[in-house]
Design a protein around this ligand. Sequence first.
Ligand code: ADP
Ligand code: MG
Length: 579
Amino acid sequence: MSKIHVLPDALISQIAAGEVVDRPASVVKELIENSLDAGASRIAVEAEQGGMKLICVRDNGGGMDSQDAMLAFSRHATSKIASFEDLGNIGSFGFRGEALAAIAAVSSVEMRTREHDVQEGTEIVVSGGKFQSRRAAGCPPGTEIVARNLFFNTPARRKFLKSETTELGYIVSIVTCMALSNPSAAFDMKHNGKEIFSLPAASPQARAAALLGKRFFDEVMPVYFQTPSINIHGFIGQPGMARSQKKHQYLFINGRDVMDNLVSRAIADAYGSRLPARFFPVFVIHIDIDPHEVDVNVHPRKLTVKFLDTRRVYRDVSQAVSQALVDYEAGMSVLRSAPRPPLFAEKQPSVQEALVFSGRIAGGLGVRAEDFKYADAGQQTGTPVLLSPADAKILCQIANSYIAVLREEGIMFIDQHAAHERVLYERFSARAKEAKTESQQLLVPASVECTREEAVFLRQAMEHLSKLGFEFDEWSGGTFVIRACPKSLQKENLEKIFREFLDEMMSGQNEKDILPERILKSLACKAAVKFGMKMAVEEMQKLIDELAETSNNSTCPHGRPVRVTIGFEELERRFYRRG
Ligand code: ADP
Ligand code: MG
């Protein structure tokens, strides 16, 4: 019997749809791109339940006549390219003619559209890829597309969606990108009926300030670089604004927001030693390049591009950024007579400080001070101490990051940060259940300026953070004022600590967790001894003892291993003493 059969059309469309539409945010992106391609100067985005229940994008662009409105839903129907040659010269966002068909294949779509010079518009309903109805409709000029119940007919995909907060986060970050690269269009965004932002048409700078916070705008350095074939412009953040996550990097190539490792590496390389290790510069960079020099048609969601001459792009970008840094620094030295302090002279906190700090945090969660006795342990290195069970010895600390322990079966390496993180996490979560937190009022409230995405997140996290002792006020424009914080936190450096805490809470790794869980993990991570910090033998011993008493002690709260053992058998095999 033959085994091969041709898939039914409906199934083919659903599979193809998965490549274009993987979550509510990608629907939003495709719809906004269509609105921009239609020349819209005002775009309103609404979402309900993280876009899973409803997504609506409304524009004042050119609209469609009733025939085009029908055609728009067929696969490979596009008004943007007509021939193979056109592929080499794409000036629009869309061109594959797949998005509307894909969205309609996996949700229930209503479209209302009207051209500007006609009296009447058209309403079309398509659900699960099946045409339902078309009728004449009264509607304003432009196009409104509503997509409900995404993936209602493909439960396998629906299952992969994350929480409402996470999906909303993705949508906000997409709309942020689109709004950054198209400042001359007004953008409004609402979620569950509440306004998230309302941005009037603005200059690129003003738009960046509105979305990323005024602080960003005040402290950035302008980039401007032009040759006949490339134009690189935008803003880069001062080295001191560098973040531990790459997410504050916005790159637009011919107006499209893309990820491109070559360009982000060129930018980071230009900063060179101005950046501390594992920190990433903040930037909003636009590269306009001859469409023949770049292929945007390499990814169904158009997230990546391919440059014809990668080496030249690398060189131009790093030159543009170096120039901006040098200009800025030259300007600064004219302004200041005193020598500038080195940008990253800030010393690594000592292990004592870290442990005292973690003790304070834990104190706020109801942990007894005795738990942190080893914060006072001396730095002197004594003779190696025995580890429980009594047959094990601490050999040494390696690269200020791992603890090597000799055991009966071989040598165990312990990742000091991961181990401490696990110990603190278990302790915090045990205490958090019963503890009533004490908070301290700040004499001078600390203000934290947030991007729109961070603000959305903070509002969701507010309830849990206040259980830990934080008190906030939200000012307009995404500024949060911290009036009180857990007693355990250092007041002096609160803004910085809080920023790092926020970055950590929002980082992708833990996104599957429910919010209070994420917060606990981030707190444990902020409080744990850092990778790269010297530890005294007593401190290592104490950590190992605690680890031995902690449950789940083989992985850190993020799921990375805490310890790796290389057995003697393995060594013997490596030395060919065993078969
Ligand atoms: P593509 O954008 O790749 O052409 P789409 O499936 O996204 O494919 O859209 C198909 C066509 O429908 C577009 O080429 C355009 O002509 C029309 N269209 C879609 N959205 C709009 C809109 N908001 N306003 C006007 N025309 C639109
Ligand atoms: Mg499109």
